[in-house]
Design a protein around this ligand. Structure first.
Ligand code: ARG
Length: 297
C-alpha cells in the first residue's frame, strides 16, 4: 500500500500554539444538511424528512455546551455536501497529524477537499489513505482515552486493510473489530472509549471474536454495555471530555450507571441528526491531543 504524507510549514500555525494542549474541536454548521440520499439504514425512510430550523437549533445546542468546556473552531459548510455537518468522519487527528478520510460512499467524497484545505492551512501534517482502502476517520477509528492505541472497525464503511495504514501514522497498536449489524455501520455508533479506562459500547454490533477482544482489553467493571434501546438512540455516539459525556437522550438506567462510574451525562436533543445516522460524537472532529489534560475541564 502506498503511503503519502504532505508536509506543510508549521510556523505561525495552530500547531505552534498552546491550543493543541487544550480540548479543541472542529465543527461545521448544518447549512446544507438535508437528507438527500440514503447511505445508511437510518436515512432510509427519512429522505427529505429533516426540519432545518430544528437541526440548526440542535446543532447550536451541542456547539454551545461544547464551547463551555473546549475550544471550538468552525469549518465553512459547502453546497453539495449535505453530510458535512458530520465532520467527525472527515479525519482522525492526533499529535498534529491528520489521517484524512477516504470516504466509501460517493455522496460524501466531495467533503474531503474542504477539510484537507483547512487542515493544511492550520499546519497539520496530512496522512492520506488510498481510495481503494476506504477509511472514514473518527467514524471508524478511535484512540483510547490515553491516546496510546487505536480501536478500528471494518465490515461496512472502512476496509480492514486501512487499519494498519492509519495506525502507522502514529506508530501505535490497533485493535480491529468487525461490525455485523447494519444499523451500527460506524464504530462511533456503538463503541466509545471513556476516561479512566472505561468503554461505552453495544455488544450486539460486533461479531463474537470482536466482543471477546473488547472483553479481554476492558475488565468487566470498566465495561458499560448499553441496551439495544439506548444503542438505537445513539447513546454510544458520545463525546467524552474528562468526566463529562455529551450524548443524546439515554435511559435512566444508563444515566445511573454512568453516574455511578463517575461521569456527568449531558443529554442533548439530536433527533434531526439521528435521522441521518449520527449522534453527538459525529458532529465534532477532535483536533487537540489525548489525553485531555488542559482547558476548562
Ligand atoms: N449520513 C452520514 C453517513 O451515513 C451520517 C454519519 C453519522 N454517523 C455516525 N457514525 N455517527 O455517512
Amino acid at each position: 500500500m502506498s503511503t503519502s504524507i504532505t508536509v506543510t510549514p508549521v510556523a505561525d500555525s495552530f500547531l505552534a500554539s498552546p491550543q493543541l494542549k487544550r480540548p479543541t474541536f472542529l465543527m461545521c454548521p448544518p447549512e446544507f444538511y438535508n437528507l438527500e440520499y440514503a447511505i445508511n439504514p437510518w436515512m432510509a425512510g427519512n429522505v427529505h424528512n429533516t426540519n432545518r430550523d430544528l437541526a440548526f437549533a440542535q446543532w447550536k445546542g451541542i456547539h454551545n455546551v461544547l464551547r463551555g468546556v473546549a475550544d471550538v473552531r468552525l469549518l465553512h459548510p459547502e453546497a453539495g455536501c449535505p453530510d458535512m455537518v458530520f465532520l467527525g468522519h472527515g479525519a482522525l487527528v492526533h499529535h498534529g497529524i491528520a489521517a484524512v478520510s477516504s470516504f466509501s460512499p460517493a455522496q460524501r467524497q466531495a467533503e474531503s477537499k474542504y477539510l484537507r484545505q483547512w487542515l493544511i492551512g492550520q499546519g497539520f501534517l496530512l496522512w492520506d489513505t488510498p481510495q481503494q482502502t476506504a477509511f472514514e476517520g473518527e467514524g471508524d477509528v478511535t484512540f483510547n482515552a490515553e491516546g496510546t492505541e487505536l480501536w478500528a472497525a471494518h465490515g461496512v464503511r472502512t476496509c480492514r486493510g486501512a487499519h494498519h495504514h492509519v495506525a502507522d501514522a502514529w506508530n501505535v497498536p490497533v485493535h480491529s473489530l468487525h461490525l455485523v449489524d447494519p444499523r451500527f455501520y460506524h464504530l462511533d455508533t456503538c463503541f466509545t472509549p471513556l476516561t479512566d479506562g472505561y468503554v461505552l459500547y453495544y455488544p450486539g454490533a460486533f461479531d463474537s471474536a470482536s466482543r471477546a477482544e473488547i472483553e479481554q482489553q476492558f475488565p468487566a467493571e470498566k465495561r458499560i454495555a448499553v441496551s439495544e434501546a439506548d444503542a438505537t438512540r445513539m447513546a454510544c455516539c458520545a463525546l467524552n471530555i474528562g468526566r463529562s459525556i455529551f450524548t443524546g437522550e439515554v435511559s435512566k438506567d444508563l444515566a445511573k450507571r454512568l453516574f455511578d462510574a463517575g461521569f456527568d451525562v449531558v443529554q442533548l436533543e439530536l433527533s434531526e441528526f439521528i435521522k441521518g445516522g449520527g449522534g453527538a460524537k459525529s458532529l465534532a472532529l477532535r483536533l487537540s491531543d489525548l489525553p485531555f489534560t488542559h482547558g476548562k475541564l
